[in-house]
Design a protein around this ligand. Structure first.
Ligand code: HEC
Length: 190
């Protein structure tokens, strides 16, 4: 956007130069006139580009995942991690985990390999209290084949308690760096 502004800006300068010259202004007035005009246009361009801030592809995917996990509170908890548990991670003092059908099946079946199947979703809610009355956030990992082949294809997301995006979504280094030692990056069953 800025590049085309600069390009047209040059042509613009020449046109203004000719018009204003014919209107018989002094050279000094001319220069400031053109500069002010440019400044005004530049601020409009910047304003427009700020107000039209588009969502990234990852953010759009994160919003879709929120719709997809609607009703997760009725999903299955892991057998060795049911209800609200104390956590010593960054996630909060207390956490609760849910597995969608695909990932729940993976942990039930002892003959499965190390790598979870595509479509696996694991959710973790964080609370400040043991009763789970004060929820501070929801983190999700979803396996999407070929999404991030170097880090086992996990899509990571953090949501605020109301489901709005909390800032981390996609192939998040912050998330997978810490989860890396887990079984396919999963840590609750280490
Ligand atoms: C500093 C380490 C650390 C970071 C960073 C981290 N986690 Fe975790 N996470 C853990 C630990 C440890 C657990 C296991 C349960 C517990 O103790 O809370 C866990 C559990 C989870 C779980 C449940 C499945 C599992 O692996 O046990 C999800 C989902 C999750 N984290 C998502 C995320 C997301 C999304 C991010 C990035 C926004 C993230 N985590 C960043 C340490 C981390």
């Amino acid at each position: 956007m800025l590049e085309s502004y600069l390009f047209y800006g040059d042509i613009f300068d020449i046109v203004i130069f000719i018009v204003v010259k014919y209107m018989s202004l002094t050279n000094n007035q001319l220069t400031t006139g053109v500069q002010n005009y440019e400044k005004r246009i530049l601020s409009i361009v910047l304003l427009l580009s700020c107000s039209e801030k588009e969502m990234t592809l990852d953010e759009e995917m994160a919003v879709d995942i929120w719709d997809e996990i609607n009703g997760y509170e009725s999903w299955t908890p892991p057998e060795n991690f049911t209800g609200i548990q104390e956590s010593n991670s960054v996630h909060g003092n207390y956490v609760q985990i849910w597995l969608n059908e695909i990932s729940s099946e993976f942990f039930r079946d002892t003959t499965t390999g190390e790598i979870m199947p595509s479509g696996s979703i694991i959710i973790k809610e964080a609370y400040t209290d043991e009763q789970g009355e004060n929820k501070t956030g929801i983190t999700v990992m979803k396996k999407i084949i070929d999404y991030d082949t170097v880090n086992n294809d996990w899509f990571w997301v953090s949501y605020k308690p109301d489901g709005s995006l909390a800032g981390k979504n996609g192939a998040e280094k912050f998330c997978y760096n810490c989860h890396q030692p887990g079984r396919d990056y999963v840590l609750f069953n280490r």
